[in-house]
Write a protein that binds this ligand. Structure first.
Ligand code: CIR
Length: 262
């Protein structure tokens, strides 16, 4: 029987630039330390490698302080790739820089065009189905464009409007697909009809940040410091790789944001 979670072989990452702290944030957790962010990024890359991924490491890009959050620049699927069009103006140019890196691996790159905007962090792949978040970054036009591309590739999708959900920047700030029909989900999203068919792993509200975990092959990368959710994952039979994410959290970033996996 084929696995019901995606198998990844590669990932693209970009270390934070020294002006990482100049990026966008809605948090009031203080300024991140660049040195500590570098250490955490190195540990993150090592974790990806220990899951069996081969890494393409792009150079740090001080022109874009948020460019370490590479996930927002594209949506990668086993059948094709779509370049995103970030909803924050300061991040628009990041896609241009990502195009050649993706061109090495994907023959055809579709793209989200104006007036659509779309951040990769709003897109959650769940096997043959995708959840497309509509947020402050991904507008309804961008969401529709992506749904059309996905349909052409043979996938289905649902829209999940998170504009009224407090405390999450992107859809994947509150949800992760773990494979085998299981979703990690914050309570504010748990009643959404799009998730009805899934088995839900719930988060305690004070641990909502941990919802942004990433299933990679035999492991789940999790943010360190969230003991209840860690137990939930263990009980569900997952092998976890906890990682300290404190400096990225200060900039609204999570585990999924730091890589494009395929
Ligand atoms: C931003 O506001 O765009 C960045 N500081 C954080 C982006 C995090 N990306 C993600 O959740 N996919």
């Amino acid at each position: 029987m084929p696995p019901t979670h995606p198998i990844f072989q590669s990932a693209i990452v970009r270390p934070p630039a020294s002006n990482f702290a100049d990026g966008l944030t809605t948090q009031s957790l203080g300024a991140p330390s660049f040195e500590k962010a570098m250490q955490q990024h190195t540990a993150y890359c090592q974790a990806l490698q220990s899951c069996g991924l081969e890494l393409t490491v792009l150079p740090a890009d001080p022109d874009y302080p948020d460019s370490t959050f590479v996930e927002d620049t594209a949506v990668l699927t086993p059948r094709g790739a779509i370049l995103a069009r970030p909803g924050a103006m300061s991040r628009e140019g990041e896609v241009h820089a990502m195009r050649p890196a993706l061109g090495v691996f994907f023959d055809d790159l579709a793209e989200i065009t104006p007036p659509g905007t779309l951040d990769g962090g709003d897109i959650c792949e769940a096997g043959e189905h995708f959840f497309i978040g509509i947020s402050e970054r991904t507008n309804p036009d961008g969401a529709r464009q992506l749904a059309d591309y996905l349909r052409q590739l043979g996938y289905t999708s649902d829209f999940v409007d998170i504009r009224g959900v407090r405390g999450i920047l992107h859809l994947k700030s509150g949800i992760a697909y773990l494979g085998d029909g299981q979703l990690a989900l914050i309570e504010a999203l748990a009643d959404h009809p799009a998730f009805r068919r899934y088995e839900i792993l719930h988060l305690e509200p004070e641990e909502n940040y941990a919802a942004n975990c990433v299933r990679i092959n035999d492991y789940v990368l999790t943010a360190a410091g969230y003991p209840c959710f860690h137990q939930v994952l263990k009980k569900a039979g997952y092998q976890t790789l906890p990682l300290d994410m404190s400096e990225f959290q200060k900039m609204d970033g999570g585990l999924s944001c730091l890589s494009l996996r395929f």
